[in-house]
Write a new protein. Structure first.
Length: 142
């Protein structure tokens, strides 16, 4: 007679959340109220300004290099380690700049979102009975 097979064991992952976590102030954003529109508009505007700033730095650095080489053609003849300077700048040294700009953008965008979350959490404080009350942002738009 053969021995009995071992008992099966169910392996599961960590418990899953059944509902989305709610933060104070988000019902105004979810409902599309005027306060929510103002709050979302401020976040979108800040993220847009950040993106345009990063694009401006990129355009002024990488975008200006071809213009520099066009206006100063003698730079194309300068070589470093046998490689023309334009090739080094446009083909090699641009990538660390792109990585730096990407890193700065992500860090600032995350900081903007954290500031927005703090603003939303502090804008509409919960009353003792659990209901939302009008905060400072709601008072300014009435």
């Amino acid at each position: 007679m053969s021995p009995a097979p071992p008992e099966r064991v169910r392996v599961t992952g960590p418990p899953r959340r059944t509902g989305a976590a709610r933060r104070p102030g988000t019902p105004d954003i979810d409902a599309g109220t005027r306060v929510g529109d103002i709050l979302m508009g401020s976040l979108v505007g800040e993220q847009r300004r950040l993106a345009l700033g990063v694009l401006l730095v990129l355009a002024l650095t990488v975008g200006a290099l071809p213009l520099l080489f066009h206006l100063a053609p003698h730079l194309a003849e300068v070589r470093l380690l046998g490689v023309p300077i334009p090739w080094l700048l446009l083909g090699v040294l641009v990538y660390p700049l792109l990585l730096l700009l990407g890193w700065v953008y992500v860090r600032r965008a995350e900081a903007n979102e954290a500031d927005f979350a703090d603003l939303v959490a502090g804008t509409l404080p919960a009353r003792e009975d659990g209901e939302q009350e009008d905060g400072p942002a709601a008072e300014t738009i009435r």
